[in-house]
Design a protein around this ligand. Structure first.
Ligand SMILES: [Fe+2]
Length: 296
C-alpha cells in the first residue's frame, strides 16, 4: 500500500496566464511565486513553494499531486501502481524542474484524472504574504470527478492509504492523514477536478469573502455560506477562472483517533452538504436530488 503524506499542488491549464494571475492574487488571495516558460506559480502557506500552478493551455487539463515521505522509493511505488493495472510515467528532468521537485511519477486514475506523486518538493523559503488578505491558511483538498465512485474508492483505498471519513450518497470523502478529507470523489460523466479547496482561518474570513467576491468582484457564488454536515467546516463555493469552482472553508474536522473513528453514511441531499439550508448550484452536489435545485 502506498502511503500518501499530503496533497501538494494542483496544475491547471488556462488560456490566459495574465488573467489567471489576476484571479489568483486579487480574487482568490494567493501569493505569486514566479512565472516562467508558460507557467505561473502561486503559494498558499509558509511551508510549500507553491500549491497551484497555472499552465498555458487547455483549462480542461488538471493534474493533482500528492507528496510521499522522503524515505519512500518512487520506483517501488510506480511498480505497485502498475501492478494494479495503471501505467506510470517517470518524470523527465524538464518536467521535474517545472514542478520544482527532485523527483515525481505520474499516472491516470481509473476515471481518467491525471495524478502525480512527488518526492522532495521544494519548500517555501520565506513567509507567505498574499496579495489579498483572504485569511488563507493553505491549499487543503480537491473534489475529483469520478465515473464510478465505488471503483475509484476501491482504487484509492486499496492501492493507497486513503480511507473513507464519510459518504454523501455514493460520494466518498477520503482522508490520507488526520484531515477529514483530502480527496472527495463526486459522481459525474467525465473526469476532472471538480473543486479546489483552501482553508481559511475563521468564519469571519468566509463571510468577508462572501461579501467582497459577490459585491465588489462580481463573482458567482454557487454554494453557501454554509456548514458541511460531514466535516463540520463552514464553507463558501464560487465559480471563477475558466469555470473552475473554488472553495474557502474553515474548521474542517481533524481525526486524531484513527482507531476509533467510524465513517458515516449521509443521504445525498442538500442538507447533507449544508446543515444551514444553503442550496448548491453545483451540478455534482445536486444531481440525484431535484429537491436541492436552487429556486433562483
Ligand atoms: Fe470541499
Amino acid at each position: 500500500m502506498i502511503d500518501l503524506r499530503s496533497i501538494r499542488y494542483v496544475r491547471i491549464g488556462t488560456p490566459d496566464l495574465g488573467e489567471a494571475t489576476n484571479f489568483a492574487t486579487k480574487v482568490l488571495g494567493l501569493e505569486a511565486a514566479g512565472r516562467e516558460r508558460g507557467m505561473a506559480y502561486f503559494r498558499s502557506d509558509d511551508e510549500r513553494d507553491h500549491t497551484i500552478c497555472y499552465v498555458e493551455g487547455d483549462p480542461a487539463q488538471h493534474a493533482t499531486a500528492f507528496e510521499v515521505s522522503e524515505n519512500a522509493d518512487l520506483q517501488a511505488i510506480a511498480g505497485e501502481i502498475e501492478r494494479a493495472g495503471y501505467p506510470v510515467h517517470a518524470g523527465t528532468a524538464a518536467e521535474r524542474e517545472a514542478r520544482r521537485v527532485l523527483d515525481y511519477i505520474s499516472f491516470v486514475d481509473p476515471s481518467g484524472n491525471p495524478m502525480e506523486i512527488v518526492w522532495r518538493a521544494q519548500a517555501g523559503n520565506r513567509r507567505y504574504f498574499p496579495a489579498r488578505d483572504a485569511g488563507i491558511t493553505g491549499f487543503s483538498h480537491i473534489g475529483l470527478r469520478t465515473t464510478d465512485a465505488r471503483r475509484d474508492e476501491a482504487f484509492w483505498t486499496r492501492v493507497f492509504n486513503a480511507r473513507p471519513s464519510d459518504w454523501i450518497g455514493e460520494a466518498p470523502l477520503l482522508r490520507i492523514n488526520e484531515v477529514h478529507h483530502t480527496i472527495a470523489l463526486f459522481p459525474s460523466t467525465y473526469a476532472g477536478v471538480q473543486h479546489i479547496n483552501h482553508q481559511v482561518e475563521t468564519i469571519d474570513d468566509v463571510m468577508r469573502s462572501w461579501y467582497l467576491l459577490r459585491e465588489q468582484r462580481g463573482i458567482r457564488i454557487v454554494f453557501g455560506p454554509g456548514r458541511h454536515a460531514s466535516s463540520g467546516a463552514v464553507f463558501l463555493y464560487f465559480e471563477a477562472l475558466d469555470g473552475m469552482i473554488y472553495e474557502y472553508s474553515s474548521g474542517v474536522m481533524i481525526i486524531d483517533d484513527e482507531a476509533s473513528y467510524v465513517p458515516r453514511q449521509f443521504p445525498f441531499t442538500a442538507e447533507s452538504f449544508c446543515m444551514w439550508g444553503s442550496k448548491p448550484d453545483i451540478v455534482e452536489f445536486r444531481k440525484s436530488d431535484p429537491e436541492a435545485l436552487p429556486t433562483l
